[in-house]
Design a protein around this ligand. Sequence first.
Ligand code: SF4
Length: 218
Amino acid sequence: MKKELLHIYDRLYRYFGPQHWWPAESEFEVVVGAILTQSVSWKNVETAIQNLKKEGILTIQGIADVDKGRLAELIKSTLYYNQKAEKLKRFCNHLKENYGCNIFKLFNKEMYDLRAELLSIKGIGKETADSIILYAAKKPIFVVDAYTRRIFHRLGYFREDEDYQSMQDFFMGNLPPDVDMFNEYHALIVAEGKDFCTSRKPKCNACPLSDICKYWRK
Ligand code: SF4
């Protein structure tokens, strides 16, 4: 299995090249992006992040202190902005109260302790927590998402309704714990899901994985 997963990785990497994730100027900006990106395109997240920068509040202290309504206004380009404003404030208040606004004190924790702590913050789900751990804290956890489920279901590895934890266990149980590779692999899966393996009318004819895909061979 390890060989097959590495083979898929190689194929995607050769086709798409390095994806340079996560596009951000700081670890904290990665966290903000990971919270804002749920259910919305990255372009909309960028608009929100630019607004936070212009307002001068793209810091833990800044978001913890800003009025929630104002924060929601600034991130309006992302869907569910009231809920996301709430999540950002909860995360920043947690850091302010427990770590004196020092994100690295939180990130110094052992990976699964860090994960448990992130998941204990209301509104932070597994995908967001794992994105923070991999792309901001730079620890080797594999991030999975709807693209991962769809592609690996069609390739023949997952059920259509495979749950988050079993998908993650599958990758982590079969790949070496390599931060750089996990970073790139997830980004490549997203690229494949956006460009070829779309939910409707996947572009199988041009897909770099077509000859090893169960769905395509049907
Ligand atoms: S061949 Fe089609 S179904 Fe299979 S991974 Fe590629 S786009 Fe998806």
